[in-house]
Ligand binder design. Structure first.
Ligand SMILES: [Mg+2]
Length: 324
């Protein structure tokens, strides 16, 4: 196997200044004598996964993903589903170019300095992180497996995703939608059976249930203060309206969001408006199976995937190596 290094830049053309990007990449790569850089723009039909496969086929060792949450998610999915994918050889860097940038925020990446992001993404320190795998049975009975980096959710948050204008969602962040939804929609509880690892399944009644690999959302809102990207576990948070403050009382040990969460000013305002988030203590695990009593909406990393009958989330420990 060749030991030559090769960068592949997968980028969303409309979202980035190609000249600036080229200059930053060349400045980083040329002095190191790597193989010629591969430039792989995404398109309407090919939104990241195909580009990853092309990059690997042409010997790329350092993937640089320039895009938003959807592009990042799809690239990571294609990468980790590739049979001979080897984390010792292939690393991933991200240049945030969306408006949510949930993974980039959780990695504390600089969201404004393109040049710095390129240098770090191609030549920064190795940093293994976990990913989440969602095994989904859709409403129509079809099965699918999806990779996520930050979180998946069922219930109202996912339903709102499915029904709102993506531009508006991007402008104000999806949690704002959940908030807005809780205030304006008739409250709709979902009855879910939740099983963590091999523990006794429990029945919960919530508006939304979130399963997180990492805990930060746009707006610097921390839903799951204990969630870490590299602890080999997934965490659980539940969302419901304050006016039914006992909605999750049967869980026993839960922590009220406002007391615990480290919040930005905006995040705090959002939370205090009317909704509440409870991180469910001692409820992290490697595998979390959620079975609703009727089909529910689901989202992963902010992408709606429609109605589902059942989903099993499983952590994929240290599935990728990031350059930071
Ligand atoms: Mg974790």
């Amino acid at each position: 196997m060749s030991t030559k290094k090769r960068a592949a830049v997968i980028y969303f053309p409309g979202r980035v200044d190609r000249k600036k990007l080229s200059a930053a990449v060349d400045m980083t790569v040329l002095p190191l004598g790597w193989e010629p850089t591969l430039w792989l723009p995404t398109s309407e039909d090919e939104t990241g996964g195909v580009q990853v496969l092309r990059a690997l086929a042409q010997g790329a060792t350092r993937l640089l993903i320039v895009g938003g949450d959807g592009t990042v998610r799809e690239c990571l999915e294609a990468l980790t589903k590739t049979e001979d994918y080897d984390t010792r050889r292939i690393t991933v860097g991200i240049v945030p170019a969306g408006t949510g940038n949930v993974l980039a925020r959780n990695l504390r990446l600089d969201l404004t300095d393109l040049r710095r992001s390129v240098i770090r993404g191609l030549t920064g320190n190795r940093h293994p992180i976990d990913l989440g795998l969602a095994r989904v049975i859709k409403d129509d009975g079809t099965r699918t497996e999806l990779i996520f980096s930050v979180m998946g959710g069922v219930g109202l948050d996912a339903k709102i995703f499915a029904k709102t204008d993506p531009r508006l969602k991007k402008a104000i962040g999806w949690f704002a939608y959940v908030e807005g939804g809780l205030r304006s929609l008739p409250t709709l509880f979902e009855n879910l059976k939740v099983q963590v690892d091999n523990r006794e399944p429990r029945h919960v009644k919530v508006v939304s249930l979130l399963i997180g690999n990492a805990g930060w959302l746009p707006g610097n809102l921390s839903l799951m203060p204990d969630a870490r990207l590299d602890d080999g576990r997934l965490d659980v948070a539940a969302i419901g309206p304050r006016r039914f403050w006992n909605w999750i009382g049967f869980w026993g040990r839960v922590t009220w969001g406002n007391q615990l969460l480290r919040l930005s000013r905006v995040g705090k305002q959002l939370l205090e408006a009317s909704a509440n988030v409870k991180t469910i203590e001692n409820l992290s695990g490697t595998k979390i199976r959620v079975t609703p009593d009727r089909p529910v909406h689901m989202q992963i990393d902010g992408d709606s995937i429609g109605m589902i009958r059942e989903v099993e989330f499983e952590v994929q420990p240290r599935a990728i190596v990031m350059r930071l």
